[in-house]
Design a protein around this ligand. Sequence first.
Ligand code: HEM
Length: 220
Amino acid sequence: MNRATRFYQAAIGKKAVMGITGLIGIGFVIGHMAGNLLVFRGPDAMNAYAHFLKSTGELLWIVRLVLITAVVLHVIAAWQLTLQNRAARPVGYVDRKPQVTTFASKTMRWGGVILLLFIVLHILHFTTGTLRPSGFFDEADVYGNVIASFRIWWVTLFYVIAMIALGLHLYHGAWSSVRSLGYAQPSKDPLHRRIALGIAVVVWLGFTAIPVAVFAGLIA
Ligand code: HEM
């Protein structure tokens, strides 16, 4: 067995894979959120940006492949870690006193499953136009797709709930990824994780503002 396989078989190896792929995901969501905020600058700005991304051709496909690989590895490592943890302790602790837990850390698995489901539905909704809750989809009018969708209350509600799951997942994930990779010191105080908290709040607010503003009629 080579060294890489041996490293991956240990829990720390899987955590390192989760950390690296998670950081790739964080990079993507920050960029995606910033691009989406162009909706507040009107149809021309947003559609020009979407057109520019599509015009990059092969580069776009390279980025897509990196992202898909990162998501797949992240999910596989999470799945295997869960099985490994269960096998190591088939009967739970009688008196479990974790070093530090937050609501975010306790919801990582289920939150992750919700996010995975969200990503699949989201791509079918805005990228391929397979799901058309409003009946409208025009590949060249990304702005129009966004506005038409978020006029519907349950689409807005679905995105608002998914962004809460994303914010919580990011808050714990941003912190634990750098911990797993050995770049942060242990701390019992969750509020010490200022950078993770800052990233989670900015991404959550930035994304949530879009469906809410459209639904409230602030952008049309
Ligand atoms: C309110 C929140 C969000 C809005 C309004 C939004 C909007 C969009 C739109 C309009 C597209 C299609 C872009 C185009 O065809 O040019 C898109 C694609 C995509 N979004 Fe989002 N998004 C949101 C949140 C998210 C989140 C949280 C994630 C990931 C966790 C995500 C992942 C993706 C992916 C992977 C694509 C496909 C990109 C591609 O075509 O390669 N989005 N989004």
